[in-house]
Design a protein around this ligand. Structure first.
Ligand SMILES: Cc1ncc(COP(=O)(O)O)c(C=O)c1O
Length: 482
């Protein structure tokens, strides 16, 4: 965001865009919110949007598009094969990353499916800074095992480390030594590490990982879905990159990687995805898979309108005013909650504000899903839906045991350019109220537990009548307020 100082010495985010289309929101009374969360099995994924006031579930496919993106969608050239739209998208992606080949896919997990099918075999190891739910599911379904080798600081809730998403180089060397390079399918580096608070890696760390991978002949795969946030942090936090253009930094990320994939629901503010590489052998292998799983090579499951929007969105990702909006709003929310003692991940990362449910609800055992309980109770208190990112989002191991997550987080995503500062202040206010009344909140238990990606559609119930108590306290404190 532009360098603007304020007369009174305060500091707050200033939007460098204006709103020209709006959508009306509903804030239903707390009794209705309780009904809605019960109907949703206490799983915020199962809430109906008509019952939600602020949707902070995710930034996936819900960022606000620019006027240029919307205009471009009107010019889409609809053709199964060889559309002008695809040529524009291809040119935009190649120009953005400086790569030779681009293959389209309908979203990020489709890329993960293809890459896992090609590279992962029974017994393969896939080291990565940290897993993402769908990336891990595709690797394990193909017989591989994920090894998380993020630096120790990355798993600390409170920290001043600017690059908590870095890979620990010693751990990477040890894995290659212990398992043998031939058993490492690839190394996956995730930009803006989603599940540990949207934390970035540094360009220096990516280059170090790349050198090791190249000398061991192991492909380095960059998950660039959250690249925009990571780019912003590299530009503002990494001394050697301060004077570099965003394009130059992006190109350096690409040069260090052998394969790049991304969800364009995040990168490019559209709905789609794709895989890039300069390597001919990988390109040919991936190309075989695209028509099989995604669609013909010139659309890969995406609509032409979305492809046009992504082409423009990538271009706009190189504008610092655009990509700073998320991190600066998130930083504001994190700082305000932190000042008042609410446990949050620091430093603020990308993607959203992450509340530490283990500390917030330290009276709830992890097998009663404190982050899930926090998501449900926060919805009751505010009408805001966040996402559980803790033990519920884990999957059971091959023996049916439930691994307890390293972190129990309630993620409050800030879809870019969607919420105003007063809405963010409302979100902060209701979180402060809930924190004051946190002892009322108790745990959850499953009533329906799907085997794969259970957090998406599993259903839970409260272990007691604690939710009624939250509603009663709200009425006592706020009277007839919504
Ligand atoms: C880091 C990361 N990788 C991959 C994905 C999967 O992308 P998609 O939701 O488009 O399938 C996501 C989605 O949230 C993500 O955050």
């Amino acid at each position: 965001m532009a360098n603007v100082k304020f007369h009174a010495g305060e500091s707050f985010p200033l939007e460098m865009h204006k709103v020209r289309i709006i959508q009306k929101l509903n804030l239903i009374p707390i009794e209705e919110r309780l009904r809605a969360v019960k109907e949703a099995g206490n799983n915020t994924f199962l809430l109906k949007n008509r019952d939600v006031f602020m949707d902070m579930l995710t930034d996936s496919g819900v960022n606000a598009m620019s006027d240029r993106q919307l205009a471009s969608m009107m010019e889409a050239d609809d053709s199964y094969a060889g559309s002008e739209t695809f040529s524009r998208l291809e040119k935009s992606v190649k120009n953005f990353f400086g790569v030779k080949h681009f293959l389209p896919a309908h979203q990020g997990r489709a890329c993960e499916n293809i890459l896992s099918k090609i590279f992962v075999k029974e017994g393969s190891i896939v080291p990565m800074n940290y897993h993402f739910t769908t990336a891990k599911a595709h690797i394990t379904i193909n017989g591989g095992k994920v090894e998380e080798i993020i630096i120790d600081e990355g798993l600390k809730i409170r920290s001043s480390c600017p690059f908590k998403g870095n890979i620990d180089i010693n751990k990477l060397n040890a894995i290659i030594r212990d398992h043998g390079a031939q058993n490492v399918a690839y190394v996956r580096m995730e930009a803006g590490t989603n599940l540990v608070g949207g934390q970035p890696f540094s360009l220096e760390n990516l280059n170090d990982v790349s050198k090791i991978c190249r000398s061991a002949n192991i492909p380095l795969v960059l998950d660039a879905s959250l690249l925009a946030d990571n780019l912003y942090f590299v530009k503002t936090r990494e001394e050697s990159c301060k004077n570099m253009e965003l394009r130059e930094i992006t190109r350096k990320f690409a040069e260090a990687s052998d394969i790049i994939y991304f969800s364009a629901r995040k990168l490019g503010f559209g709905r789609g995805g794709g895989i890039c590489t300069n390597n001919e052998e990988y390109f040919l292998k991936i190309r075989e898979m695209v028509p099989l799983f995604e669609g013909f090579l010139t659309y890969g499951g995406m609509s032409v309108r979305e492809m046009e929007a992504i082409a423009v969105g990538l271009d706009e990702t190189l504008d610092e005013d655009m990509i700073s909006q998320g991190p600066i709003f998130i930083d504001y929310m994190v700082r305000e909650l932190d000042k008042k003692g609410v446990p949050v991940i620091t430093p603020a990362g990308g993607l959203g504000c992450h509340v530490d449910a283990k500390a917030f609800l330290d009276h709830i055992p992890q097998n009663q899903y404190p982050a899930g309980a926090l998501a449900a109770s926060y919805f009751i208190a505010s009408g805001i839906r966040g996402m559980e990112r803790g033990t519920l989002s884990e999957q059971r191991d091959e023996n049916g045991n439930e691994p307890l997550s390293n972190m129990e987080l309630l993620r409050l995503a800030l879809p870019r350019r969607v919420f105003t500062l007063s809405q963010v202040n409302y979100a902060i206010d209701r979180m402060l109220w809930l924190y004051k009344n946190r002892k009322l909140v108790e745990g959850l238990r499953f009533v329906e537990e799907p085997k794969i990606l259970r957090f998406f559609f599993g259903r839970l119930e409260p272990v007691s009548d604690w939710q009624d108590k939250v509603v009663a306290q709200f009425r006592k404190d706020f009277g007839d307020s919504l």
